[in-house]
Design a protein around this ligand. Structure first.
Ligand code: C2E
Ligand code: MG
Ligand code: MG
Length: 701
């Protein structure tokens, strides 16, 4: 055995040398092996390497070793665990080369062994330390990156100063806010230098100097509970600037552009107190203003009092329905302009919603308030030119005036509203001053408004009929349909009470349609020559589908069109005349007859007679009250009858209650009459019975 060679090997880079036979049993181990293996070389000689290995000799771990052995190849640096007698596992690295006899026979392996246990520990500790270092470096880099990203993505501008007021960190947004080139700033610049630069560039509003800025910062930093300081820039932008001290004596300043936010806040505050359509103050603003006007101490000798005028447009809904919401909006704006142009400074015009406005105004007395209301009604009632077509509306006004005791703005508003209800009830275009007695009637009206829609849904309406009588033959020629509301608590309510409310709310369209259908169905059962007259409100007629509704009612009931009469009042022809006339012409062409109702109550009835070929005029009952006496009324009836005769229009006089009146009317040559004298309005059943009796009588005669 070439021991010298082994010894040489051992000296180079190992702890011991070894040799095995062809079956892996040790044939030689150098004596130093005892230090590492804990056994003497002698004790180990003859044992197999596999028996001293800590994890047996099989499995993938040993594969490279066995492969080398199988191929009789040299191997280097094979590492394996060793079971030390002290109970620990140690790690060995062995290298070896095959031993071949001169005749070529394979005799085993020889090589060196090194205990790498302690070396490995040191190395792994180092590796761990290195890895840790690497990760902490990486996380530092990562942290830095994040910091950079956060800084440059901030919506606020930021500057960090050290305790000597020198710039340490700043971000791009800071430069953007002040319109600075990024190179304008240097780390290490003093705050004073930066401020001087900004002032010189004219960034701040006039009057802001370097001293003001630096002193502002100093003061802010002294504040234990720092709040943002608002600074205005020369171009109108507003900045919120925050200063916060940091631990090592420096501070951070942040700059936020709050221009848009301030603008939005102002816009929202404005919106909360103004109406979007007209930009007039709304109810909230009106209350506040009213409160402040009431709360103002009176100056000595001042005698004026606060008046609230509640204004409500008449026939506004009709404009909306006929011309569309665009026209309605334009009209509301035009009204608001007219009102604003008329009031004095210190007065307030507000829009309370829909077509309701209010005016706050100081007056000397009630007469002053009424005079203002009249002026406003006149102003608003002047025709409007909306995109080429002319529209006329009216206005009703309710007035409440503060007295010494009542300085409650809500009470005052409610009173003005009550007076307004009253004004509307009295007829359009009037102004009413609040009186305590109004409270009750207003309450009734509000209750009606509440119940009306339900009443139609639950079939609480009925139609009664009143005969129209021919004065020559004394026969019934037609029956006028008059609607009634059978209210569960209030009993039978007359139309004068609820029709204006239904017109106001628009329910008249549905109610009118119902009446029309009911009347046509009832009338089919009557003898052939008898027609039915149905009242049509202006609101209904203006509705787009009115003509269709009428024709459908005829078709559904099977009533012939020449047995239907529609009664309209002058208000129908007051505004938007062309469209209304067109509808009336269309219906008249189908054979339906059109009567003018309550003739003489308006101021231009005669004009309308020339504008439409009415089939009948019904002279209002106010004319017959005096007809018996030879007064002007009698003369008017006479004139109308002769006008009617020449135009081929039937004349009827309403409200005949006495024989005397009947005689007078007859004497004037009137053709028809209607009134309690002949019959009150009766239910459909009573009418049917009456007509049957009349027919039987005629048959018997
Ligand atoms: P109008 O169309 O002028 O109807 C005649 C009104 O005079 C009826 O009142 C009738 O009861 C009343 N009357 C008849 N003869 C006399 C009399 O001799 N003396 C007195 N003092 N009054 C008499 P009513 O039923 O209370 O109706 C009032 C108004 O309500 C009607 O006046 C009409 O304008 C309206 N109206 C009634 N039904 C409807 C309806 O279905 N639709 C619409 N839009 N309006 C209706
Ligand atoms: Mg009528
Ligand atoms: Mg009438």
């Amino acid at each position: 055995m070439p021991v010298q060679t082994l010894e040489e090997l051992a000296r180079i880079d190992s702890d011991w040398v070894w040799q095995t036979d062809a079956a892996q049993n040790f044939t030689y181990l150098s004596p130093e092996v005892e230090r590492f293996l804990g056994r003497t070389a002698g004790a180990l000689t003859g044992t197999s390497r596999m028996t001293i290995a800590a994890n047996g000799g099989d499995g993938s771990f040993w594969e490279p070793y066995f492969t080398a052995l199988d191929r009789r190849q040299a191997f280097t640096g094979f590492i394996y665990p060793y079971a030390h007698p002290d109970g620990h596992v140690r790690w060995f690295r062995i290298s070896g080369e095959p031993v071949v006899a001169p005749d070529g026979t394979f005799c085993g392996y020889r090589g060196t062994g090194t205990d790498i246990s302690s070396e490995g520990q040191a190395r792994s500790a180092l590796a761990d330390a290195l890895a840790e270092l690497r990760t902490s470096h990486a996380s530092l880099v990562e942290q830095n990156k994040r910091f950079e990203a956060a800084l440059s993505n901030m919506t606020q501008g930021l500057c960090l100063f050290d305790e000597a007021a020198r710039l340490v960190v700043y971000n791009q947004r800071y430069c953007e806010i002040f319109g600075l080139a990024p190179e304008a700033l240097r780390i290490g610049m003093s705050q004073r230098e930066i401020c001087a630069m900004l002032v010189a560039a004219g960034c701040y509003r006039g009057g802001t100097t370097v001293d003001v800025l630096c002193e502002g910062t100093r003061q802010a930093l002294l504040d234990p509970d720092p709040k943002p300081i608002q600074r205005e820039l020369a171009d109108g932008r507003i900045l919120a600037v925050c200063y916060r001290t940091i631990e090592d004596g420096g501070w951070v300043s942040t700059f936020e552009d709050i221009t848009e936010r301030r603008r939005n806040e102002a816009r929202i505050a404005h919106m909360a107190r103004h109406d979007a359509l007209t930009d007039l103050p709304n109810r909230t603003a009106l209350r506040e203003h009213g409160l402040s006007m009431l709360g103002k101490p009176r100056r000595a000798g001042e005698t004026t009092r606060l008046a609230i005028l509640c204004l409500d447009l008449d026939r506004f809904k009709a404009v909306n329905d006929t011309h569309g919401h665009g026209a309605g909006d334009a009209l509301l704006r035009a009204v608001s302009e007219r009102l604003c142009a008329r009031v004095r400074t210190g007065d307030l015009v507000a829009r309370l919603g829909g077509d309701e406005f209010a005016v706050l105004h100081r007056v000397a007395d009630a007469a002053g308030a009424l005079a203002l209301a009249e002026r406003m009604i006149e102003l608003v009632s002047t025709p409007y030119d909306l995109d080429g077509y002319t529209v006329e509306i009216g206005m009703s006004v309710g007035i409440a005036i503060a007295d010494e005791a009542a300085d409650d703005i809500d009470r005052l508003l409610k009173n003005a509203d009550t007076a307004l209800y009253h004004a509307k009830g009295k007829g359009r275009g009037t102004a009413c001053l609040f009186e305590a007695a109004m409270d009750e009637t207003a309450e009734v009206r509000r209750a009606i408004e509440r119940d009306l829609a339900d009443a139609l849904k639950h079939g609480m309406f009925e139609v009664h009929y009143q005969p129209l009588v021919n004065l020559d033959s004394n026969r019934v020629t037609g029956l006028e349909a008059l609607v009634r509301w059978r209210h569960p608590q209030r009993g039978l309510i007359p139309p004068a009470t609820f029709i204006p409310v239904a017109e106001e709310t628009g329910l008249i369209v549905a109610l009118g349609e119902w009446v029309l259908n009911r009347a046509c169905r009832d009338a089919v059962a009557w003898p052939g020559g008898i027609s039915v007259a149905v009242n049509v409100s202006a609101v209904q007629l203006r509705h787009r589908t009115f003509a269709q509704t009428v024709l459908l009612a005829l078709a559904a009931s099977g009533l012939r069109s020449d047995r239907l009469e529609l009664e309209i009042t002058e208000s129908v022809l007051l505004d938007d005349t062309e469209a209304n006339l067109e509808t009336l012409h269309l219906l008249r062409r189908t054979g339906i007859r059109i009567s003018m109702d309550d003739f003489g109550t308006g101021y231009s009835s005669l004009t309308y007679l020339r504008r439409f070929p009415f089939d009948k005029i019904k002279i209002d009952r106010s004319f017959v009250q005096d007809a018996g006496k030879a007064t002007e009324a009698g003369a008017i009836i006479r004139a109308l009858v002769s006008l009617g005769t020449s135009l081929g229009i039937t004349t009827l006089v309403e409200g005949i209650e006495t024989e005397e009146q009947l005689a007078a009317v007859r004497a004037e040559g009137c053709q028809e009459m209607q009134g309690f004298l002949f019959s009150r309005p009766r239910t459909a059943d009573e009418i049917a019975a009456m007509l049957t009796a009349a027919r039987d009588e005629a048959a018997a005669a």
